[in-house]
Design a protein around this ligand. Structure first.
Ligand code: NAP
Length: 281
């Protein structure tokens, strides 16, 4: 049985990847800063791991066949943090790295996640790059969930459309990439339709029975709100770049890569919303 180390395993994407790999019969080592946070599951071995603590990396990578690698979210220092992990994975005989990048970064060579992609491609370790669009789960359990608890979506997205994708689909693609050894490839992963935030708010209102409004705010107001919420300045800047891409329409692209890899169409936003309706009620 192949064993895969999953970084970010307490997060939205990592949790889904742990489940998808486990379901396909892989052994899973789940990396977490506080492994006690991980629910006990058969076939899942928790291990302590922090990007900044190089002493934690070797033990986590010991004896694994594959690595599912995420970058710490909204972190411009990601290249410096991930490069030594890629090198160590190679030195310890890891045979496949699946890296969670982000849609569109291949158009911006100086983007932190693009620098990591380049580093991985040059590493000599067989790789698969996944470039997902914004996650649907940002609205349920991710960074936008607290905002929705306050009754609305307040973002500088204007009327830009986004082809949101569920982490369940990204995780399925990752698990198939390990299973079928889809190496030397990059997949641009989107949902089946592009929605603006007014449409998202309408769907969330409909499924939850609670009025959820979208208020398009200015970039300056959005960034100040993030600062007030305690986000570090680097992350605030990062969010600004992401939503300027939304406003410019760059996040509206729809690809067929999910279907190509997993053989079915990706989950629609409304299906995701119905599944999670109690979160917003
Ligand atoms: N969210 C999106 O819409 C989106 C879209 C495209 C790409 N991505 C990328 O996908 C990846 C996963 O995103 P997500 O939304 O699943 O993130 P998330 O829910 O915020 O989870 C982040 C994970 O990273 C871990 N982590 C953070 N800092 C760490 C550190 N210093 N050392 C070790 N672990 C650390 C967290 O562990 P703790 O429990 O210890 O905090 C958590 O497990 C990110 O790299 C993000 O850039 C996200």
């Amino acid at each position: 049985m192949k064993k895969i180390l999953v970084t970010g395993s307490t997060g939205n994407l990592g949790r889904a990847v742990v489940t998808a790999l486990n379901t396909k019969g892989f052994g899973v080592r789940a990396a977490a800063r506080t492994p006690d946070k991980l629910p006990a599951a058969a076939g899942v071995e928790p291990v302590r791991f922090a990007y900044e603590d190089q002493a934690s990396h070797a033990a986590a990578l010991q004896g694994v066949d594959g690595l599912f690698l995420i970058a710490p979210p909204l972190d411009a220092e990601a290249p410096a943090k991930l490069a030594p992990i890629i090198d160590l994975a190679k030195a310890q005989g890891v045979r496949h790295i699946v890296f969670a990048s982000a849609l569109g970064v291949d158009a911006v060579e100086q983007a932190p996640l693009r620098i990591v992609e380049r580093r991985l491609m040059a590493s000599g370790v067989p790789y698969t790059i996944l470039r997902p669009n914004f996650f649907m789960e940002n609205f349920s359990t991710g960074f936008l969930a607290p905002m929705l608890k306050q009754g609305g979506i307040f973002l500088a997205g204007a009327d830009g459309k986004t082809s949101f994708i569920s982490v369940l689909d990204i995780a399925e693609v990752a698990a198939v990439a390990f299973q079928r050894e889809l190496t030397g490839k990059a997949y641009n992963l989107t949902g089946p339709e592009a929605l603006d935030h007014a449409k998202v708010a309408g769907i969330l209102s409909k499924v939850s029975g609670k009025k959820i409004a979208y208020q398009a705010i200015s970039e300056a107001d959005m960034l100040q709100g993030m600062r007030d919420a305690g986000l570090p300045e680097g992350a605030v800047h990062y969010v600004g770049v992401l939503y300027s891409a939304v406003r410019a329409g760059y996040m509206a692209a729809i690809t067929r890569d999910v279907e190509t890899v997993i053989g079915r169409t990706p989950i629609a936003f409304e299906a995701f919303a119905r599944q999670n309706a109690p979160v917003w009620a």
